[in-house]
Design a protein around this ligand. Structure first.
Ligand SMILES: Cc1cc2nc3c(=O)[nH]c(=O)nc-3n(C[C@H](O)[C@H](O)[C@H](O)COP(=O)(O)OP(=O)(O)OC[C@H]3O[C@@H](n4cnc5c(N)ncnc54)[C@H](O)[C@@H]3O)c2cc1C
Length: 439
């Protein structure tokens, strides 16, 4: 049985381990921390072991077919609940709903889109024109990785309201970057696959359990052939005669036929100095999650995107009394003391949910993920390394490697499947794990 060592138990590592394990490889996963999931994980609230929270609400769209395939391998696909309505709320509380109607794609939003009260007629006509441009230019236009999404929107003469309330609202959360820093290719990807390709592709999947429960050790062990080594960071790589001969973890040497590294890009120079990767173009983009528990229910909506303020998304985690708020590309909050972040969130909430004015906070927790994802800026795609390396038995994965996708869970799983395919090819098996895009 060929063997593989996977470094890192985040989504990329677990996806490659699950694929190779099911293909008959003996796989060992080394994870530095005591739990799985990497940046998409959950843990007890500090100081209150009774409550487990996600580091931040993670959502997916139905077009994320490889992520769903991975959940299927773990037997947890039914724990993702898909929502067909997007709620946009304006300060003052007026709520608009975007949902697919009876028409086939790409016309499926026609009914609800033209009725959205938070956009004017000229905003909507401009957005509709831009959507047709995405259909026309997708796969044809060559400069989309060199210009920002904002450049492209200006070229398409989008109104300020359309940019602020529609494009910005959808894309900053989806790509975790501001429009003036985000490569247009990523904005295209989100709208092409998520909004235009199929009538149900936009549906938002939200896990019904804490993230950590999706990839429990038991689920992975059920796959067979996958052995987990938690709290065993790989400290060093052993290279002999141009081939990886082992890894050192917890003072022991472990060997395998193949090695897959899925550590984040900032860890690469220390762990793999031999690769001399050019990572100068990589920067981080932060995400802030704000968890608030109230003495009363603030809303019955399951989730909503909040317009024109700092908080971008609200997720209702428990009857309107526990809300999880998300700010993507949250550079403005990086230095802000936590008490101020909570005060800002309360001011914002009071404008959208009147009950917030009287509500008392029972508990609050702010998670600032300064290294949440890489910044998906123009010109980066060509710097993202492919899975093959100069060592014939070492492969790279992770959301930052070259998948063409923004830094999201689907990209991480894709990178894991690509690395597993490369391993399988090297072992003479030619297995395919990656599912093609829906369009
Ligand atoms: C706050 C936040 C919100 C997000 N929201 C969303 C969302 O809504 N939707 C979405 O699709 N994506 C979202 N993302 C992005 C998503 O979480 C990531 O793209 C994905 O989890 C990356 O997976 P990965 O396996 O590539 O990397 P990681 O999750 O970083 O995994 C790498 C693993 O390697 C381990 N490691 C590092 N060094 C070593 C070592 N020496 N030895 C052993 N192990 C090591 C780490 O502990 C880690 O577990 C969000 C990210 C954050 C931070």
């Amino acid at each position: 049985m060929p063997s593989a060592i996977v470094i890192g138990g985040g989504l990329a590592g677990l996806a490659s381990a699950a694929a190779l394990g099911q293909a008959g490889f003996q796989v060992h996963v080394f994870e530095a921390r005591g739990f799985l999931g990497g940046r998409a994980t959950s843990y007890p609230v500090p100081g209150d072991n009774s409550e487990v929270i996600d580091n931040c609400q993670h959502v997916l769209l139905r077009c994320c077919v490889n992520l769903m395939d991975f959940y299927g391998r773990l037997g947890v696909a039914d724990r993702i609940q898909f929502h067909k309505k997007f709620y946009f709320i304006e300060p003052g509380g007026r709520t608009s709903i975007l949902e697919a109607g009876a028409l086939p794609a790409p016309l499926h939003f026609t009914g609800s889109f033209w009725k959205l009260p938070f956009l004017g007629m000229s905003d909507k006509i401009g957005i509709a024109r831009a959507m047709w441009s995405i259909r026309r230019e997708h796969g044809r236009r060559r400069d989309l990785d060199r210009i920002t999404m904002l450049d492209w929107l200006r070229e398409k003469r989008q109104t300020e309201t359309a940019i602020g309330r529609f494009w910005n609202q959808v894309l900053v959360s989806a790509v975790n970057e501001d429009l003036d820093r985000m490569a247009a290719s990523h904005g295209f990807q989100v709208f092409w696959l998520g909004f235009l390709a199929r009538a149900n592709a936009y549906q938002m999947g939200i896990p019904s359990v804490p993230l950590g429960d999706l990839y429990s050790s038991e689920a992975l062990q059920r796959i067979g052939n996958v052995r987990l080594h938690l709290r065993e960071p790989v400290e060093q790589i052993v290279v002999e005669n141009g081939v990886i001969r082992g890894v050192l973890a917890a003072g022991e040497r472990h060997t395998a036929d193949y090695y897959i590294s899925t550590v984040p890009f900032e860890r690469m120079p220390a762990l793999f100095p031999q690769l001399q990767l050019d990572l100068a173009g990589f920067e981080h983009s932060p995400i802030t999650g704000i968890h608030l528990w109230f003495d009363r229910s603030l809303t019955q909506l399951p989730h909503a995107t909040l317009l024109d303020r700092t908080i971008q998304w609200m997720f209702n985690k428990s009857g309107g009394r526990y809300l999880q708020l998300v700010v993507s590309a949250s550079r403005s909050l990086a230095e802000m003391p936590r008490a101020e972040v909570i005060a800002m969130a309360m001011r914002d909430l009071a404008e959208f949910f009147p009950r917030a004015k009287e509500a008392k906070i029972e508990k609050a927790h702010v998670v600032k993920e300064i290294r949440a994802t890489f910044s998906a800026r123009p010109g980066l795609e060509q710097l993202r390394p492919a899975s093959a390396t100069k060592f014939p038995n070492l492969f790279l994965a992770g959301d930052w490697t070259r998948t063409g996708w923004p830094p999201i869970m689907e990209g991480a799983v894709r990178s894991g499947y690509l690395a597993a395919e490369a391993v399988s090819r090297s072992a003479g098996q030619e297995r395919e794990f990656l599912l093609p895009d829906i369009a």
